[in-house]
Every structure is written in structure tokens, then in C-alpha cells.
Design a protein around this ligand. Structure first.
Ligand code: GLY
Length: 374
């Protein structure tokens, strides 16, 4: 069972194909894009160990040769050093303007390889083969590519749309439970930002999804990708609606900065906690009912996800420092913090009009609860 979501951007339309066995059948999908039967793959060492030879066989079945560069796994690979290494390697491999680069990995590889493709010979085409849930539902779709700067995450990059996205659902079965759930934070985000019925569907189907039910996983990825495609087509370069996809991210980025962008808090875990805090803030501002943040937290909790600041191990800075860290977010406009808030589940909107004192109150209370629970 394979489903396709179209991203009908004028002049750069592409398909997101979602289903089982796509790595083994990659050649069938990629062949029509190629001028010559050869692709250059960027991947990481975890994905390479588990899946690279299968990809080689899947391409070779259609007569396509593959060269691959395997990079270290982890966020620190999204750096100038690895970008330089990747671009040098692609040039050494004599990748031409009409060739196709394949990003075979999670969000880190997708962002890095996409950016390398964007700047190589002023832009070569690339195919996203996302191997994490987070990458399948979010980062592989929509053309945001880039690397991190010492000043913050994702501060260097380009919009460069892929020519195709192949989301192999089988690969999700090889993820550690923690990584799967972190990606699920982004799935829940779609329901919360714009589709109450999808959030209800997730409340009903979350357990099956987590247990590995294939049809449920395909539907969750399809629905998320369709929502993202709709938003990206309306606002590719984030002048307006695309910012809705940042629900939970202003809090998340502060928490990631406070915890060192590492294993203490994965991005998707920060998004989940950030969504719960964004609903709490919305309730405090009288925008939604107090039941909404409770319901968000209840669902995250039922999935075994990080939900509250108490779920983050180790020390956290005080509320004022967290607020300060939010100010480093790249979504700050004219020095003003921008938040995605909600008038209810599925009714998010973007605003710069949030009193810092209310944000500080939400953080202070969340930290106090954490102190009580420790
Ligand atoms: N991950 C948010 C976006 O693509 O806009």
C-alpha cells in the first residue's frame, strides 16, 4: 500500500511517496529523474549500517550506480566542516548539474544534503529519503535546507525543494522508541495547529501507531505531509502561514539551547513540551479553555512522551534565562518574540503580541512544578 501526496509548487512540483519497501524499490522511483544512471548519496553511519546496502541493491535493480558518503550521526554534522566535506566529495565524484543527489537519513542529513545540493554548481536536484519519523512528516518536505551556526540552529541555509521524497514506512520499525516518539511530537503538532479531527484521530490511534501498525503509520505520515504540503504551497518562504509549523518551537528552541542541543532533549521532545507550554500560555491569555492544555498533556503523557519540564533530566536555568534564550530564536521580528498560540485545539495563529510577563509566569510555574516533583 503506497500513497502519494503532491506538493504542487509552480515550476517545482514534486511528489511525496509514502509506503513500505521503498528503499528496495528506490530505483523505480528515481530512474525517471536521471539523465545518466548514477546517483550520489549522503547518509550517516547509523543509517548506512542498517540500510545502505539495501538502497544500493534497490537502485542497482534498475541499473543505477550509487556512490555514497557516510557522515557521523548527530546534530553536530550540520556544520560548515561537514558541508565543505560533502560539497568537496560531490565535486570529486564529478556530480554534474543534471545529476541527482540523494539525502538518505534523518533531518540532519536531509538539511545538510539539501543545502549542499542547493549550492553545488548553483543548484542540483536532490531526492529526500527520510529515515526518521520527524524527517518523514516535517523536515524532508518543504525545501528548508541548511546547517547550524555557533550563534544558533539553522541560521545558514537556503530554500531548495527536493525533486521527490520517498518515505519508507518500514524504516520506522528500526527506530529506537525514543526517536520514534520524538518524531511523533511533530505529528501531534499538525493536529494541534490546524486539525482538531486529526488530533482526535491520534488520541484514538496513537497506541496502534506506536505499536507499529502499518496502515496507521502510513495514514499519520500521509495526513501530516498533506497538511505540510498545503501550508508550504500557500507560503513557501514563511512570510505568513508557514510560521504555524513553528507551534511549540519558541519554547523548544530555548529548552534545546539550555540543554545543549543533545541527548538530554531531542528536538521532537522539545516540540512536544513546547506545544504543551504554548497551549498553557494560550489558556493564561484567555484564548482557549484550560481543558485544552490538559488534553494536550494527557495525550502526550499517554504516549509515554516528555510532556513537562519535569521530564527533562539535569539542571535547567531560571525562567528569566529561558525567556532570554527565546529571544535568540530566528523567528524574532524587529526584536519582538513571535509565538504560535491557539484559540483551541486545531486553531493556531501567529502573534507578536504576547506580554513577556505572562510568558515568564508560565515558565516560572512550570519550573516550580518541576521542583516540587523532583
Ligand atoms: N519545520 C518547519 C518548516 O518546514 O517550516
Amino acid at each position: 500500500m503506497t500513497v502519494t501526496v503532491s506538493v504542487p509548487l509552480p515550476g517545482r512540483a514534486y511528489d511525496v511517496v509514502i509506503g513500505p519497501g521503498l528503499v528496495d524499490r528506490a530505483g523505480t522511483y528515481v530512474a525517471p529523474l536521471l539523465r545518466r544512471p548514477r546517483v550520489a548519496v549522503l547518509t550517516d553511519e547509523n543509517v548506512a549500517a542498517l540500510h545502505l546496502e539495501r538502497l544500493r541493491a534497490g537502485l542497482s535493480a534498475e541499473g543505477i550506480d550509487m556512490v555514497a558518503l557516510t557522515l557521523p550521526a548527530g546534530e553536530s554534522t550540520k556544520s560548515w566542516a561537514h558541508l565543505t566535506q560533502s560539497v568537496d566529495w560531490l565535486l570529486d565524484q564529478k556530480v554534474e548539474r543534471s545529476d541527482v543527489v540523494v539525502a538518505f537519513g534523518g533531518g540532519v542529513i536531509g538539511d545538510l544534503a539539501g543545502f549542499a545540493a542547493a549550492i553545488l554548481r548553483r543548484g542540483v536536484r536532490f531526492v529526500q529519503m527520510p529515515t526518521s519519523l520527524l524527517a518523514q512528516v516535517d523536515s524532508s518536505v518543504g525545501g528548508k535546507t541548511g546547517i547550524n551556526a555557533t550563534q544558533g540552529k539553522n541560521l545558514i541555509g537556503a530554500f531548495h525543494q527536493p525533486s521527490m521524497v520517498l518515505a519508507d514506512i518500514d524504516i520506522l520499525g528500526t527506530l529506537h522508541a525514543r526517536d520514534f516518539l520524538a518524531g511523533y511530537g511533530e505529528v501531534v503538532k499538525y493536529g494541534l495547529l490546524g486539525d482538531a479531527a486529526f488530533f482526535e484521530w491520534l488520541e484514538r490511534n496513537g497506541a496502534a501507531l506506536s505499536a507499529g501498525d502499518q496502515a496507521t503509520r502510513i495514514e499519520a505520515v500521509r495526513h501530516s505531509v498533506q497538511m505540510k504540503a498545503d501550508i508550504v504551497v500557500r507560503d513557501e518562504t514563511e512570510q505568513g502561514d508557514r510560521a504555524l509549523l513553528n507551534l511549540g518551537h519558541t519554547f523548544c528552541h530555548a529548552l534545546e539551547a539550555a540543554t545543549g542541543y543533545g541527548n538530554r532533549l531531542l528536538h521532537g521532545e522539545g516540540v512536544a513540551i513546547g506545544c504543551a507550554l504554548a497551549f498553557e500560555l494560550s489558556a493564561r491569555l484567555g484564548l482557549c479553555s484550560q481543558e485544552d492544555p490538559s488534553r494536550v498533556r494527557a495525550h502526550l503523557r499517554s504516549m509515554g512522551m516528555k510532556t513537562d519540564l519535569a521530564d527533562i533530566a539535569g539542571d535547567l536555568p531560571d525562567a528569566a534565562t529561558l525567556l532570554e534564550l527565546m529571544g535568540q530564536d530566528k523567528k524574532v521580528v524587529d526584536g519582538q518574540l513571535r509565538f504560535v498560540l491557539a484559540r483551541g485545539i486545531g486553531q493556531a495563529f501567529v502573534t507578536g503580541d504576547v506580554p513577556a510577563s505572562t510568558v515568564l509566569d508560565v515558565l516560572t510555574d512550570a519550573l516550580a512544578l518541576r521542583a516540587q516533583m523532583s
